[in-house]
Design a protein around this ligand. Structure first.
Ligand code: GTR
Length: 323
């Protein structure tokens, strides 16, 4: 009898130890394996698995395996995809308040952006996702975005005149390029390389790691560090996946996402430096002493067009007043 009980106990312990995931959240990312946004969600998955005794897991589908950002956002709202790591830009046309983080030169620096997203304003904007079948979990870094193109070095606004740039699918970015004298083409990320290569567009804009990992630097040999955007990235969960969880498990998910943020920021800094080194070594011509003042001044009509409600005006004032 005792032997049987011991055998059963061992069997249960063995089963528990090797318990397979009860739920595996499918998480989308446009970037390749090894990119900081991908490794950060994988790291969050490790934390979650450990803290839930192996019940809750995450599988990251990187390299746009589940589709381009705008489509995967829709799929996440529908509950077909459980989690999504995306730029805030593609949310601008869906969740109005996200526009304030996508305004050109709204953040004075990455540190300023961190202070804002880590504080009350960051929480307020994350809470807005609830009305759109999504749960905002955490902000990730996306560095500063600058223009690159295949035609000529941009050393002043005048050089932008007549050039066409791909932008993310947000009206704010279309108006931003227009205000600088260029032509904007909203387009999915995955189509940019070929479009520059074939001359359908002259260039695009992005941060060092994306410029490098997408290979865009191979077809766009001029990069000007005007740093017009510091758009945070966001990790969201579909409301349907979220609502299936107990309150305790929701807390585990939220906490694991938060705890992945410092890890992400470290990974980001390292990758930014490595990507910059790789791009510089490739011979891309870099303009890194541009006077940003005319760029900032040119953005007045963009703010006038998009910051149209008391709520948005108040958010902008509070962001600008944040030290
Ligand atoms: C990257 C960002 C992606 C995607 C991409 C783009 O910097 O991490 O989420 O938004 O830019 O330009 O589409």
């Amino acid at each position: 009898m005792k032997q049987t009980l011991t055998a059963i106990a061992a069997l249960i312990a063995g089963t528990t130890g090797a318990m397979a995931c009860e739920i595996t959240f499918r998480s989308s990312d446009t970037h390749p394996e090894g990119y900081p946004t991908v490794t950060a969600v994988q790291y969050m998955g490790e934390l979650l698995e450990e803290r839930s005794d192996g019940r809750l897991c995450i599988e990251v589908f990187h390299s746009a395996q589940l589709g381009e950002e705008a489509d995967t956002i829709e799929q996440t709202q529908l509950g077909v995809i459980d989690m999504n790591r995306v730029s805030l830009g593609p949310f601008n046309n869906i969740i109005e308040a996200t526009k304030v983080f996508s305004l050109p030169y709204i953040f004075r620096s990455v540190d300023h952006m961190h202070t804002v997203v880590d504080g009350e304003i960051g929480d307020e904007i994350l809470a807005k996702f609830q009305d759109h079948d999504l749960v905002g979990l955490a902000y990730f870094d996306g560095g500063a975005r600058s223009f690159y193109n295949s035609e000529r070095p941009i050393t002043s606004i005048e050089d932008i005149e007549g050039l066409s740039f791909r932008v993310m699918q947000s009206d704010v970015f279309v108006d931003m390029v227009d205000a600088l004298g260029g032509n904007a083409t909203p387009m999915p990320y995955g189509e940019v390389y070929t479009s520059i290569q074939t001359g359908a567009i002259d260039g695009a804009e992005n941060n060092w790691p994306s410029f490098e990992s997408s290979g865009h630097y191979e077809v766009a040999g001029y990069y000007t560090l005007d740093e017009h955007l510091i758009v945070p990235e966001v990790l969201v969960m579909s409301a349907s996946a979220w609502n299936n969880l107990s309150a305790e498990d929701q807390e585990l998910v939220r906490q694991a996402a938060k705890d992945a943020v410092p890890y992400m920021r470290e990974q980001w800094q390292a990758r930014e430096a490595a990507s910059e080194e790789q791009v510089r070594a490739s011979g891309v011509e870099i303009v890194d002493n541009i006077d940003k003042t005319p760029f900032i001044e040119a953005m007045v009509p963009v703010y006038e067009k998009h910051v149209t409600t008391d709520e948005l005006r108040d958010l902008v004032t509070r962001i600008q007043a944040t030290e």
